[in-house]
Unconditional design. Structure first.
Length: 183
């Protein structure tokens, strides 16, 4: 293959990449179903600003600033919206919600069928019905004393760790909260 053909092929590939990038930005800004959601056009056009915030550690503060500027609903990326209005919770996560779990956020695999959080819609509803009695008002009232005991024990352990200036793994502490003998 000659140098001219390689150059022409690379030029064609580069042109296609540029055309794809421009068309993606145009779609995200002008034809996307999320085009009317308020937010920064830069964030709406490409996923790169959001990725930069994520990896730089500035994401929570910038999202908060965007909500202060644009309101309770903000477009954070071409296919991502943030809600801070409590009225959105039942519509998104409620029992009668018509939304479906995003497979890019909740990675489904054959082994996830036993997980309540990662289950598909059909299995999630079936599993949720099994757990509902445990979270009824009556059941929670009956367990209040037990749960308060666990939390009190956790606070005492954390206070003792604070006095000794030891580093504390809070995830481990929370996981062990109901397994008191390991605290």
């Amino acid at each position: 293959m000659s140098f001219d053909r390689i150059t022409a092929a690379l030029g064609s590939v580069a042109a296609l990449v540029v055309i794809h990038g421009i068309s993606s930005v145009m779609y995200n800004l002008f034809w996307s179903p999320l085009r009317s959601v308020p937010g920064s056009k830069w964030f709406a056009a490409t996923p790169f600003p959001r990725l930069w915030l994520y990896f730089s550690g500035r994401e929570p503060w910038t999202v908060k600033e965007m909500h202060e500027r644009y309101g309770p609903i903000v477009r954070l990326a071409p296919y991502e919206v943030s809600f801070i209005d409590e009225k959105a919770w039942p519509e998104i996560y409620g029992y009668k919600a018509t939304t479906h779990k995003d497979e890019t956020f909740y990675p489904f695999s054959p082994g996830t069928k036993h997980s309540l959080i990662l289950a598909d819609d059909e299995n999630h509803h079936r599993m949720r019905k099994m757990f509902l009695p445990a979270f009824s008002a009556r059941a929670l009232r009956e367990q209040t004393e037990l749960l308060n005991g666990y939390v009190t024990r956790l606070v005492k352990v954390l206070e003792s760790k604070l006095e000794s200036d030891n580093v504390v793994d809070l995830v481990k502490m929370y996981n062990l909260t109901t397994y008191v003998s390991n605290l």
